[in-house]
Design a protein around this ligand. Structure first.
Ligand code: FDA
Ligand code: NAD
Length: 435
Protein backbone atom coordinates (compact mmCIF):
# COMPACT_ATOMS: atom_id res chain seq x y z
CA UNK A 1 0.00 0.00 0.00
CA UNK A 2 1.07 3.56 -0.58
CA UNK A 3 3.10 4.83 2.35
CA UNK A 4 3.99 8.44 3.10
CA UNK A 5 7.68 9.11 3.68
CA UNK A 6 10.05 11.98 4.28
CA UNK A 7 13.75 12.39 3.48
CA UNK A 8 16.44 15.01 3.78
CA UNK A 9 17.52 14.34 0.19
CA UNK A 10 15.56 12.87 -2.69
CA UNK A 11 16.93 12.01 -6.12
CA UNK A 12 14.01 11.76 -8.54
CA UNK A 13 15.02 9.28 -11.26
CA UNK A 14 17.00 6.06 -11.05
CA UNK A 15 19.30 6.25 -14.06
CA UNK A 16 22.93 7.10 -14.66
CA UNK A 17 22.92 10.41 -12.79
CA UNK A 18 21.12 8.87 -9.83
CA UNK A 19 23.74 6.14 -9.44
CA UNK A 20 26.63 8.60 -9.54
CA UNK A 21 24.78 10.95 -7.17
CA UNK A 22 24.30 8.10 -4.69
CA UNK A 23 27.99 7.27 -4.77
CA UNK A 24 28.90 10.93 -4.23
CA UNK A 25 26.47 11.22 -1.30
CA UNK A 26 28.11 8.16 0.25
CA UNK A 27 31.58 9.70 -0.23
CA UNK A 28 30.52 13.00 1.33
CA UNK A 29 28.78 11.22 4.19
CA UNK A 30 25.08 10.52 4.38
CA UNK A 31 23.28 9.10 7.41
CA UNK A 32 20.94 6.12 7.13
CA UNK A 33 17.45 7.26 6.21
CA UNK A 34 18.55 10.65 4.85
CA UNK A 35 18.61 9.82 1.14
CA UNK A 36 16.07 8.22 -1.19
CA UNK A 37 16.29 7.44 -4.89
CA UNK A 38 12.94 7.14 -6.61
CA UNK A 39 12.71 5.29 -9.91
CA UNK A 40 9.94 3.96 -12.06
CA UNK A 41 12.35 1.26 -13.19
CA UNK A 42 12.47 -2.06 -11.31
CA UNK A 43 16.26 -2.15 -10.95
CA UNK A 44 18.98 -0.15 -9.24
CA UNK A 45 20.78 2.50 -11.34
CA UNK A 46 22.79 1.09 -14.23
CA UNK A 47 24.96 2.20 -17.12
CA UNK A 48 22.34 2.86 -19.80
CA UNK A 49 24.79 2.71 -22.75
CA UNK A 50 25.03 -1.08 -22.35
CA UNK A 51 21.43 -1.47 -23.56
CA UNK A 52 22.18 -0.64 -27.20
CA UNK A 53 25.42 -2.60 -27.26
CA UNK A 54 26.45 -5.67 -25.23
CA UNK A 55 22.93 -6.22 -23.84
CA UNK A 56 21.80 -7.32 -27.30
CA UNK A 57 24.84 -9.38 -28.29
CA UNK A 58 23.98 -12.81 -29.73
CA UNK A 59 26.68 -14.47 -27.54
CA UNK A 60 27.00 -13.91 -23.77
CA UNK A 61 25.00 -10.69 -23.65
CA UNK A 62 25.59 -8.31 -20.71
CA UNK A 63 22.98 -8.61 -17.97
CA UNK A 64 22.36 -6.99 -14.62
CA UNK A 65 23.82 -6.97 -12.06
CA UNK A 66 26.89 -6.81 -14.35
CA UNK A 67 26.55 -3.17 -15.35
CA UNK A 68 25.12 -1.29 -12.40
CA UNK A 69 26.67 2.12 -11.91
CA UNK A 70 29.44 3.03 -11.48
CA UNK A 71 31.32 0.43 -13.57
CA UNK A 72 31.01 2.43 -16.79
CA UNK A 73 33.74 4.81 -15.68
CA UNK A 74 35.83 2.16 -13.98
CA UNK A 75 34.28 2.67 -10.55
CA UNK A 76 32.71 0.56 -7.85
CA UNK A 77 29.62 -1.46 -8.85
CA UNK A 78 26.71 -0.40 -6.67
CA UNK A 79 24.53 -3.48 -6.18
CA UNK A 80 21.12 -3.18 -4.52
CA UNK A 81 22.80 -4.40 -1.29
CA UNK A 82 25.15 -1.42 -1.37
CA UNK A 83 22.17 0.94 -1.03
CA UNK A 84 20.84 -1.13 1.87
CA UNK A 85 24.23 -1.09 3.62
CA UNK A 86 24.48 2.69 3.27
CA UNK A 87 20.92 3.18 4.50
CA UNK A 88 19.91 4.71 1.17
CA UNK A 89 16.27 4.03 0.30
CA UNK A 90 15.96 2.70 -3.22
CA UNK A 91 12.30 3.22 -4.00
CA UNK A 92 11.81 1.25 -7.22
CA UNK A 93 8.84 0.68 -9.53
CA UNK A 94 7.49 3.98 -8.30
CA UNK A 95 6.48 6.57 -10.83
CA UNK A 96 6.11 10.11 -9.59
CA UNK A 97 3.07 11.66 -11.24
CA UNK A 98 2.98 14.99 -9.40
CA UNK A 99 5.67 17.27 -8.06
CA UNK A 100 4.86 20.27 -5.90
CA UNK A 101 8.07 22.21 -5.46
CA UNK A 102 6.41 24.83 -3.25
CA UNK A 103 5.37 22.28 -0.62
CA UNK A 104 8.44 20.07 -1.28
CA UNK A 105 6.39 17.01 -1.97
CA UNK A 106 6.13 14.34 -4.63
CA UNK A 107 3.16 12.07 -5.29
CA UNK A 108 3.49 8.56 -6.70
CA UNK A 109 1.11 6.85 -9.12
CA UNK A 110 -0.04 4.71 -6.17
CA UNK A 111 -0.89 7.85 -4.22
CA UNK A 112 2.00 7.95 -1.74
CA UNK A 113 3.48 11.28 -0.69
CA UNK A 114 7.23 11.66 -0.45
CA UNK A 115 8.58 14.81 1.19
CA UNK A 116 12.09 16.18 0.91
CA UNK A 117 14.28 19.05 2.10
CA UNK A 118 16.45 19.00 -1.03
CA UNK A 119 15.57 17.53 -4.41
CA UNK A 120 17.79 16.46 -7.30
CA UNK A 121 15.80 16.11 -10.51
CA UNK A 122 17.36 13.31 -12.59
CA UNK A 123 14.44 12.17 -14.73
CA UNK A 124 16.50 11.92 -17.93
CA UNK A 125 14.87 11.65 -21.33
CA UNK A 126 12.13 9.66 -22.94
CA UNK A 127 11.86 8.59 -26.55
CA UNK A 128 10.11 10.55 -29.25
CA UNK A 129 7.48 8.21 -30.73
CA UNK A 130 6.34 8.06 -34.32
CA UNK A 131 2.77 8.18 -33.01
CA UNK A 132 3.67 11.62 -31.56
CA UNK A 133 3.54 12.91 -35.11
CA UNK A 134 0.71 10.73 -36.29
CA UNK A 135 2.53 8.10 -38.36
CA UNK A 136 -0.16 5.62 -39.41
CA UNK A 137 0.00 2.12 -37.90
CA UNK A 138 2.88 3.06 -35.57
CA UNK A 139 1.37 1.14 -32.63
CA UNK A 140 1.74 -2.27 -34.35
CA UNK A 141 3.46 -5.08 -32.45
CA UNK A 142 7.20 -5.55 -32.97
CA UNK A 143 7.85 -1.83 -33.40
CA UNK A 144 10.40 -1.09 -30.68
CA UNK A 145 11.92 1.89 -28.94
CA UNK A 146 14.89 1.63 -26.63
CA UNK A 147 15.34 3.59 -23.43
CA UNK A 148 15.15 1.29 -20.41
CA UNK A 149 16.07 -2.28 -19.53
CA UNK A 150 12.42 -3.36 -19.97
CA UNK A 151 12.49 -2.11 -23.55
CA UNK A 152 15.75 -3.97 -24.17
CA UNK A 153 14.28 -7.22 -22.80
CA UNK A 154 11.31 -7.00 -25.16
CA UNK A 155 13.56 -6.26 -28.11
CA UNK A 156 15.90 -9.11 -27.18
CA UNK A 157 12.99 -11.58 -27.15
CA UNK A 158 11.82 -10.38 -30.55
CA UNK A 159 15.34 -10.68 -31.99
CA UNK A 160 15.55 -14.28 -30.76
CA UNK A 161 12.13 -15.03 -32.25
CA UNK A 162 12.86 -13.53 -35.68
CA UNK A 163 16.30 -15.01 -36.52
CA UNK A 164 16.97 -14.61 -40.24
CA UNK A 165 14.09 -12.17 -40.54
CA UNK A 166 13.99 -8.59 -41.75
CA UNK A 167 14.63 -5.60 -39.55
CA UNK A 168 14.06 -1.96 -40.43
CA UNK A 169 15.74 0.75 -38.40
CA UNK A 170 14.06 4.12 -38.50
CA UNK A 171 16.50 6.92 -37.67
CA UNK A 172 20.15 7.54 -38.43
CA UNK A 173 21.32 8.83 -35.06
CA UNK A 174 23.01 7.06 -32.15
CA UNK A 175 20.27 4.47 -31.68
CA UNK A 176 20.00 3.86 -35.41
CA UNK A 177 23.71 3.21 -35.89
CA UNK A 178 24.22 1.14 -32.73
CA UNK A 179 21.06 -0.95 -33.23
CA UNK A 180 21.66 -1.42 -36.95
CA UNK A 181 24.99 -3.03 -36.08
CA UNK A 182 23.76 -5.20 -33.24
CA UNK A 183 20.74 -6.49 -35.18
CA UNK A 184 23.07 -7.41 -38.03
CA UNK A 185 25.25 -9.32 -35.54
CA UNK A 186 22.06 -11.22 -34.68
CA UNK A 187 21.72 -12.37 -38.29
CA UNK A 188 18.83 -10.15 -39.20
CA UNK A 189 18.57 -8.62 -42.65
CA UNK A 190 18.89 -4.92 -41.76
CA UNK A 191 17.72 -1.83 -43.62
CA UNK A 192 18.22 1.65 -42.17
CA UNK A 193 16.06 4.64 -43.15
CA UNK A 194 16.68 8.27 -42.32
CA UNK A 195 15.68 11.63 -43.73
CA UNK A 196 19.05 13.39 -43.80
CA UNK A 197 21.71 13.21 -46.55
CA UNK A 198 24.01 11.31 -44.15
CA UNK A 199 23.92 9.62 -40.75
CA UNK A 200 24.42 11.47 -37.43
CA UNK A 201 24.25 14.86 -39.12
CA UNK A 202 24.23 16.70 -35.78
CA UNK A 203 27.83 15.60 -35.22
CA UNK A 204 29.26 13.89 -38.29
CA UNK A 205 30.58 15.71 -41.34
CA UNK A 206 29.81 14.11 -44.71
CA UNK A 207 33.39 12.77 -44.70
CA UNK A 208 33.00 11.05 -41.34
CA UNK A 209 29.57 9.67 -42.26
CA UNK A 210 30.85 8.30 -45.58
CA UNK A 211 33.16 5.97 -43.69
CA UNK A 212 30.42 4.54 -41.42
CA UNK A 213 27.88 4.25 -44.24
CA UNK A 214 30.46 2.45 -46.39
CA UNK A 215 31.41 0.16 -43.52
CA UNK A 216 27.75 -0.70 -42.79
CA UNK A 217 27.07 -1.40 -46.48
CA UNK A 218 30.06 -3.75 -46.55
CA UNK A 219 28.49 -5.57 -43.60
CA UNK A 220 25.38 -6.08 -45.74
CA UNK A 221 23.21 -3.35 -44.25
CA UNK A 222 21.01 -1.44 -46.72
CA UNK A 223 20.83 2.30 -46.20
CA UNK A 224 17.98 4.41 -47.54
CA UNK A 225 18.49 8.14 -47.10
CA UNK A 226 16.43 11.25 -47.71
CA UNK A 227 13.06 9.79 -46.80
CA UNK A 228 10.95 8.88 -43.76
CA UNK A 229 8.53 6.20 -42.63
CA UNK A 230 4.98 7.41 -43.21
CA UNK A 231 3.09 4.27 -42.19
CA UNK A 232 3.17 0.60 -41.21
CA UNK A 233 1.18 -2.42 -42.35
CA UNK A 234 0.52 -5.25 -39.94
CA UNK A 235 -0.83 -8.80 -40.16
CA UNK A 236 -3.97 -10.27 -38.60
CA UNK A 237 -2.13 -10.60 -35.25
CA UNK A 238 -1.31 -6.92 -35.24
CA UNK A 239 2.38 -7.59 -35.92
CA UNK A 240 4.24 -5.22 -38.18
CA UNK A 241 4.76 -6.58 -41.71
CA UNK A 242 5.88 -3.62 -43.77
CA UNK A 243 7.19 -0.07 -43.52
CA UNK A 244 5.82 2.44 -45.99
CA UNK A 245 8.19 5.23 -46.98
CA UNK A 246 7.37 8.73 -48.11
CA UNK A 247 9.17 8.14 -51.40
CA UNK A 248 6.69 5.36 -52.20
CA UNK A 249 8.89 2.38 -51.40
CA UNK A 250 7.57 -0.37 -49.12
CA UNK A 251 9.99 -2.44 -47.02
CA UNK A 252 9.14 -5.85 -45.58
CA UNK A 253 9.77 -5.96 -41.85
CA UNK A 254 9.50 -8.48 -39.01
CA UNK A 255 11.03 -6.07 -36.51
CA UNK A 256 11.23 -2.28 -36.55
CA UNK A 257 13.46 -0.28 -34.23
CA UNK A 258 12.77 3.43 -34.02
CA UNK A 259 15.39 5.93 -32.85
CA UNK A 260 14.19 9.35 -33.86
CA UNK A 261 15.45 11.25 -30.83
CA UNK A 262 14.80 11.85 -27.18
CA UNK A 263 13.12 14.59 -25.18
CA UNK A 264 13.96 15.57 -21.61
CA UNK A 265 11.36 14.64 -18.97
CA UNK A 266 10.55 18.04 -17.50
CA UNK A 267 6.74 18.08 -17.68
CA UNK A 268 6.29 17.35 -13.93
CA UNK A 269 7.85 20.72 -13.16
CA UNK A 270 6.22 22.91 -15.84
CA UNK A 271 5.56 26.38 -14.54
CA UNK A 272 7.34 25.71 -11.25
CA UNK A 273 10.96 26.09 -12.30
CA UNK A 274 12.76 28.21 -14.90
CA UNK A 275 13.46 26.41 -18.17
CA UNK A 276 15.88 27.08 -21.02
CA UNK A 277 16.54 25.30 -24.31
CA UNK A 278 14.05 22.54 -23.53
CA UNK A 279 15.57 21.69 -20.17
CA UNK A 280 15.58 22.94 -16.59
CA UNK A 281 17.84 25.95 -16.25
CA UNK A 282 20.61 25.61 -13.68
CA UNK A 283 23.71 27.42 -12.52
CA UNK A 284 27.22 25.96 -12.61
CA UNK A 285 26.37 23.88 -9.51
CA UNK A 286 23.19 22.51 -11.13
CA UNK A 287 21.02 24.57 -8.79
CA UNK A 288 17.71 25.66 -10.32
CA UNK A 289 15.93 28.93 -9.53
CA UNK A 290 13.92 27.10 -6.84
CA UNK A 291 15.73 26.89 -3.48
CA UNK A 292 17.07 23.41 -2.66
CA UNK A 293 16.14 22.01 -6.07
CA UNK A 294 18.89 20.77 -8.43
CA UNK A 295 18.65 19.28 -11.92
CA UNK A 296 21.30 17.03 -13.50
CA UNK A 297 21.96 14.83 -16.53
CA UNK A 298 19.80 15.01 -19.65
CA UNK A 299 17.28 17.46 -18.13
CA UNK A 300 19.75 20.17 -17.09
CA UNK A 301 20.44 23.24 -19.22
CA UNK A 302 23.62 24.55 -17.62
CA UNK A 303 26.28 27.17 -18.29
CA UNK A 304 29.00 25.59 -20.38
CA UNK A 305 31.93 27.71 -19.28
CA UNK A 306 34.23 26.77 -22.15
CA UNK A 307 31.81 28.15 -24.75
CA UNK A 308 30.16 30.78 -22.54
CA UNK A 309 26.73 29.43 -23.45
CA UNK A 310 23.81 27.58 -21.88
CA UNK A 311 23.70 24.01 -23.16
CA UNK A 312 21.94 20.72 -22.57
CA UNK A 313 23.85 17.46 -23.08
CA UNK A 314 22.29 14.01 -23.61
CA UNK A 315 25.36 11.84 -22.97
CA UNK A 316 26.53 9.63 -20.18
CA UNK A 317 29.80 11.39 -19.25
CA UNK A 318 27.89 14.57 -18.41
CA UNK A 319 25.18 12.59 -16.58
CA UNK A 320 27.90 11.22 -14.28
CA UNK A 321 29.84 14.44 -13.77
CA UNK A 322 26.84 16.72 -13.32
CA UNK A 323 25.45 14.42 -10.63
CA UNK A 324 28.75 14.49 -8.74
CA UNK A 325 28.96 18.26 -9.07
CA UNK A 326 25.41 18.76 -7.77
CA UNK A 327 25.95 16.57 -4.71
CA UNK A 328 29.28 18.25 -3.89
CA UNK A 329 27.63 21.67 -4.20
CA UNK A 330 24.64 20.63 -2.10
CA UNK A 331 26.82 19.24 0.69
CA UNK A 332 29.15 22.27 0.58
CA UNK A 333 26.19 24.65 0.81
CA UNK A 334 25.17 23.06 4.11
CA UNK A 335 28.44 24.37 5.52
CA UNK A 336 28.01 27.74 3.88
CA UNK A 337 30.67 26.88 1.31
CA UNK A 338 30.72 26.91 -2.49
CA UNK A 339 32.66 24.75 -4.93
CA UNK A 340 34.41 25.42 -8.24
CA UNK A 341 32.14 26.03 -11.22
CA UNK A 342 31.38 23.10 -13.52
CA UNK A 343 33.81 23.40 -16.40
CA UNK A 344 32.68 20.75 -18.82
CA UNK A 345 34.47 19.59 -21.94
CA UNK A 346 31.86 17.79 -24.09
CA UNK A 347 32.74 14.13 -24.61
CA UNK A 348 30.66 11.80 -26.78
CA UNK A 349 31.48 8.31 -28.00
CA UNK A 350 29.94 5.30 -29.67
CA UNK A 351 30.82 1.71 -30.42
CA UNK A 352 29.43 -0.66 -33.05
CA UNK A 353 30.88 -3.76 -34.72
CA UNK A 354 34.65 -3.39 -34.17
CA UNK A 355 34.40 0.36 -34.48
CA UNK A 356 34.84 2.85 -31.69
CA UNK A 357 35.00 6.62 -31.89
CA UNK A 358 35.40 9.47 -29.47
CA UNK A 359 34.64 13.16 -29.87
CA UNK A 360 35.68 16.04 -27.63
CA UNK A 361 34.80 19.71 -27.76
CA UNK A 362 32.55 21.61 -30.12
CA UNK A 363 31.67 20.69 -33.70
CA UNK A 364 31.52 24.20 -35.14
CA UNK A 365 33.53 26.00 -37.82
CA UNK A 366 35.62 24.57 -40.65
CA UNK A 367 36.69 20.95 -40.70
CA UNK A 368 39.82 19.05 -41.64
CA UNK A 369 39.62 15.32 -42.26
CA UNK A 370 42.78 13.26 -41.69
CA UNK A 371 43.93 9.65 -41.74
CA UNK A 372 42.70 6.52 -43.43
CA UNK A 373 38.91 6.62 -43.76
CA UNK A 374 38.60 3.89 -46.36
CA UNK A 375 35.85 1.61 -45.02
CA UNK A 376 37.51 -1.40 -46.66
CA UNK A 377 40.87 -0.88 -44.88
CA UNK A 378 41.86 -3.65 -42.49
CA UNK A 379 42.63 -1.17 -39.71
CA UNK A 380 41.08 2.19 -40.55
CA UNK A 381 42.04 5.13 -38.36
CA UNK A 382 40.88 8.63 -39.13
CA UNK A 383 39.62 11.80 -37.56
CA UNK A 384 38.47 15.35 -38.00
CA UNK A 385 39.44 18.68 -36.48
CA UNK A 386 36.94 21.52 -36.19
CA UNK A 387 38.52 24.96 -36.46
CA UNK A 388 36.86 28.18 -35.39
CA UNK A 389 38.45 31.63 -35.29
CA UNK A 390 41.80 30.06 -36.13
CA UNK A 391 41.72 27.61 -33.22
CA UNK A 392 41.00 23.90 -32.97
CA UNK A 393 37.76 23.59 -30.97
CA UNK A 394 36.72 19.99 -31.58
CA UNK A 395 38.31 16.64 -32.46
CA UNK A 396 36.82 13.33 -33.61
CA UNK A 397 38.82 10.11 -33.77
CA UNK A 398 37.88 6.61 -34.92
CA UNK A 399 39.92 3.69 -33.58
CA UNK A 400 42.17 5.76 -31.30
CA UNK A 401 44.36 4.22 -28.61
CA UNK A 402 43.77 5.40 -25.03
CA UNK A 403 46.78 7.75 -25.36
CA UNK A 404 45.53 9.16 -28.66
CA UNK A 405 42.08 9.75 -27.20
CA UNK A 406 43.68 11.55 -24.26
CA UNK A 407 45.63 13.68 -26.70
CA UNK A 408 42.56 14.76 -28.69
CA UNK A 409 40.72 15.59 -25.46
CA UNK A 410 43.62 17.80 -24.46
CA UNK A 411 43.58 19.61 -27.79
CA UNK A 412 39.84 20.26 -27.56
CA UNK A 413 40.36 21.72 -24.09
CA UNK A 414 43.45 23.81 -24.96
CA UNK A 415 42.14 25.08 -28.33
CA UNK A 416 45.58 25.60 -29.92
CA UNK A 417 45.85 27.98 -32.87
CA UNK A 418 46.20 26.60 -36.38
CA UNK A 419 48.48 28.45 -38.78
CA UNK A 420 48.18 26.20 -41.79
CA UNK A 421 45.17 24.03 -42.46
CA UNK A 422 46.85 21.93 -45.18
CA UNK A 423 49.70 21.25 -42.79
CA UNK A 424 47.18 20.18 -40.12
CA UNK A 425 45.56 17.75 -42.55
CA UNK A 426 48.97 16.26 -43.33
CA UNK A 427 50.03 16.04 -39.69
CA UNK A 428 46.75 14.48 -38.61
CA UNK A 429 47.13 12.87 -35.19
CA UNK A 430 50.74 14.01 -34.88
CA UNK A 431 49.39 17.52 -34.35
CA UNK A 432 47.35 16.38 -31.33
CA UNK A 433 50.20 14.40 -29.80
CA UNK A 434 52.32 17.58 -29.53
CA UNK A 435 50.28 18.95 -26.62
P1 FDA B 1 18.47 8.32 -17.36
O1 FDA B 1 17.61 8.25 -18.53
O2 FDA B 1 19.70 7.55 -17.28
O3 FDA B 1 17.66 8.11 -16.03
C1 FDA B 1 16.39 8.68 -15.79
C2 FDA B 1 15.68 7.82 -14.79
O4 FDA B 1 14.56 8.52 -14.26
C3 FDA B 1 15.13 6.51 -15.34
O5 FDA B 1 15.41 5.48 -14.44
C4 FDA B 1 13.62 6.78 -15.42
O6 FDA B 1 12.86 5.61 -15.31
C5 FDA B 1 13.44 7.65 -14.22
N1 FDA B 1 12.24 8.49 -14.23
C6 FDA B 1 11.89 9.41 -15.16
N2 FDA B 1 10.73 9.99 -14.82
C7 FDA B 1 10.34 9.44 -13.65
C8 FDA B 1 9.22 9.63 -12.80
N3 FDA B 1 8.27 10.52 -13.08
N4 FDA B 1 9.13 8.87 -11.69
C9 FDA B 1 10.11 7.98 -11.39
N5 FDA B 1 11.18 7.76 -12.15
C10 FDA B 1 11.30 8.49 -13.27
N6 FDA B 1 25.51 8.23 -23.93
C11 FDA B 1 26.84 8.15 -24.22
O7 FDA B 1 27.56 9.11 -23.95
N7 FDA B 1 27.36 7.02 -24.77
C12 FDA B 1 26.60 5.95 -25.10
O8 FDA B 1 27.12 4.98 -25.63
C13 FDA B 1 25.21 6.01 -24.82
N8 FDA B 1 24.40 4.97 -25.12
C14 FDA B 1 23.05 5.04 -24.87
C15 FDA B 1 22.24 3.97 -25.19
C16 FDA B 1 20.87 4.03 -24.99
C17 FDA B 1 20.00 2.86 -25.34
C18 FDA B 1 20.29 5.20 -24.44
C19 FDA B 1 18.80 5.29 -24.21
C20 FDA B 1 21.10 6.28 -24.11
C21 FDA B 1 22.49 6.20 -24.32
N9 FDA B 1 23.34 7.26 -24.00
C22 FDA B 1 24.69 7.19 -24.24
C23 FDA B 1 22.80 8.47 -23.34
C24 FDA B 1 22.93 8.35 -21.82
O9 FDA B 1 22.55 7.06 -21.41
C25 FDA B 1 22.05 9.39 -21.14
O10 FDA B 1 22.52 10.67 -21.50
C26 FDA B 1 22.07 9.22 -19.63
O11 FDA B 1 21.49 7.99 -19.26
C27 FDA B 1 21.33 10.35 -18.95
O12 FDA B 1 21.33 10.11 -17.57
P2 FDA B 1 20.12 10.65 -16.65
O13 FDA B 1 20.39 10.15 -15.30
O14 FDA B 1 19.92 12.09 -16.91
O15 FDA B 1 18.84 9.93 -17.25
P1 NAD C 1 19.41 11.16 -32.15
O1 NAD C 1 19.00 12.54 -31.91
O2 NAD C 1 20.84 10.79 -32.02
O3 NAD C 1 19.02 10.75 -33.63
C1 NAD C 1 17.75 10.95 -34.13
C2 NAD C 1 17.77 10.67 -35.62
O4 NAD C 1 16.44 10.42 -36.00
C3 NAD C 1 18.20 11.80 -36.54
O5 NAD C 1 19.56 11.80 -36.80
C4 NAD C 1 17.45 11.47 -37.81
O6 NAD C 1 18.23 10.66 -38.64
C5 NAD C 1 16.32 10.64 -37.38
N1 NAD C 1 14.97 11.13 -37.62
C6 NAD C 1 14.37 12.22 -37.14
N2 NAD C 1 13.09 12.23 -37.53
C7 NAD C 1 12.89 11.13 -38.27
C8 NAD C 1 11.78 10.56 -38.94
N3 NAD C 1 10.59 11.16 -38.92
N4 NAD C 1 11.95 9.39 -39.58
C9 NAD C 1 13.15 8.76 -39.60
N5 NAD C 1 14.22 9.25 -38.97
C10 NAD C 1 14.09 10.42 -38.32
O7 NAD C 1 18.48 10.26 -31.20
P2 NAD C 1 18.45 8.70 -30.92
O8 NAD C 1 19.43 7.99 -31.78
O9 NAD C 1 17.02 8.31 -30.97
O10 NAD C 1 18.97 8.61 -29.42
C11 NAD C 1 18.09 8.91 -28.34
C12 NAD C 1 18.86 9.43 -27.15
O11 NAD C 1 19.75 8.45 -26.67
C13 NAD C 1 19.69 10.67 -27.42
O12 NAD C 1 19.66 11.46 -26.28
C14 NAD C 1 21.07 10.11 -27.60
O13 NAD C 1 22.07 11.05 -27.24
C15 NAD C 1 21.06 8.94 -26.66
N6 NAD C 1 21.99 7.89 -27.11
C16 NAD C 1 23.31 8.15 -27.12
C17 NAD C 1 24.21 7.20 -27.53
C18 NAD C 1 25.68 7.52 -27.53
O14 NAD C 1 26.05 8.58 -27.05
N7 NAD C 1 26.53 6.62 -28.01
C19 NAD C 1 23.76 5.96 -27.92
C20 NAD C 1 22.39 5.70 -27.92
C21 NAD C 1 21.53 6.69 -27.50
Amino acid sequence: AAEDKSFKYVVLGGGVSAGYAARQFAKEGVKPGELAIISKEAVAPYERPALSKAYLFPESPARLPGFHTCVGSGGERLLPEWYTEKGIDLILETEIVKADLASKSLTSAAGATIKYDSLIIATGSTVIRLSDFGVQGADAKNIFYLREVDDADKLYEAIKGKKGGKAVIVGGGYIGLELGAVLKLNDLDVTMVYPEPWCMPRLFTSGIAAFYEGYYKNKGIQIIKGTVATGFDSNENGEVKAVKLKDGRVLDADIVVVGVGGKPLVSLFKGQVEEAKGGIKTDASFKTDVPNVYAVGDVATFPMKLYNELRRVEHVDHARKSAEQAVKALKASEEGKTIDEYDYLPYFYSRAFNLSWQFYGDNVGDTVLFGDNDPTSSDPKFGTYWIKDGKVVGVFLENGTPEENKAIAKVARLQPPVENVDQLAKEGLTFASKF
